[in-house]
Design a protein. Structure first.
Length: 213
C-alpha cells in the first residue's frame, strides 16, 4: 500500500502533468485553476493543498524537470575544462532536454509569459552558467557565438523538428551532432584536429561549419 507521502507525491505529479497539458492546449493565461481541478476531477480545495496558484504549479514543474540540469552543471563545474568534457556536457544536456521535452516546448511556445515569471530568470541563469562551462576563457567573439548557438540550437531544434518527419531519436541525435560540431569548432583543440596540412582546414573544420555559426 502506498504511503501518504507517496500518494501526495503522485497527486502533485498528476496535477503538474494535467496543468502542463492544459497550458499547452489553451495557453497559460487562459487556463484557470478551476479548469485544472475539473480536469483532475478534484475540488479546488484539494488542488490548493498542493498549489496555491498557477505559477506555483509551473515553478514546481520547472524545479522537478530541470533538476537533472542543475546536477549536470554541478558535474561540469568539477571537471577539467577539456573539449571532451564539453562534448559530454552537451550530450548529457541533450538527454536532460529530452526528458523534460513537454516543459521546454511550453516555454518555447510561451516565451513572453515565461519572461514575466520567476522561472524565466532561473532558466536564463542556467543558460549563462552552461555557456560559461562551454566557452574557452578569453574566447573570441565568434567562438562565444558558436557556444551559445550550440545551446539554443538544441532548444529551437527540439521545437522545430517535431514538425519534420522522422524518428524522434534520430532527430535528437541530428540536433546533438550539430551542437557538438559547434562546440568543437569553438575550441582550439577541436580546430587543430580539424585542420589539414599546413593549417588548412579539412571538411569538418570551421569552413565546413560556417553555415552553422
Amino acid at each position: 500500500m502506498a504511503t501518504p507521502q507517496a500518494r501526495r507525491s503522485n497527486t502533485r505529479q498528476r496535477i503538474q502533468d494535467v496543468a502542463l497539458e492544459l497550458f499547452a492546449e489553451h495557453g497559460y493565461e487562459k487556463t484557470s485553476l478551476r479548469e485544472i481541478a475539473e480536469k483532475l476531477d478534484v475540488t479546488k480545495a484539494a488542488l490548493y493543498y498542493h498549489f496555491k496558484t498557477k505559477e506555483d504549479i509551473l515553478i514546481g514543474l520547472f524545479q522537478d524537470l530541470t533538476r537533472p540540469i542543475d546536477e549536470l552543471i554541478e558535474w561540469g563545474q568539477e571537471q577539467p575544462r577539456t573539449l571532451e568534457t564539453k562534448k559530454e556536457l552537451i550530450r548529457r544536456y541533450s538527454d536532460a532536454l529530452s526528458t523534460a521535452a513537454p516543459l521546454f516546448r511550453f516555454m518555447q511556445e510561451n516565451q513572453a509569459t515565461v519572461r514575466d515569471l520567476s522561472i524565466g530568470e532561473s532558466f536564463k541563469q542556467r543558460m549563462l552558467t552552461l555557456f560559461e562551462l562551454l566557452k574557452e576563457p578569453g574566447a573570441e567573439l565568434a567562438d562565444q557565438v558558436r557556444c551559445i548557438t550550440a545551446l539554443f540550437s538544441m532548444h529551437a531544434g527540439m521545437f522545430a523538428m517535431q514538425h519534420i518527419e522522422g524518428d524522434p531519436e534520430d532527430k535528437r541525435k541530428a540536433i546533438l551532432e550539430v551542437a557538438t560540431e559547434l562546440i568543437t569548432t569553438a575550441n582550439p583543440a577541436g580546430r587543430q584536429a580539424a585542420e589539414g596540412p599546413e593549417g588548412r582546414e579539412g571538411p569538418g573544420g570551421p569552413e565546413g561549419l560556417a553555415g552553422l555559426a
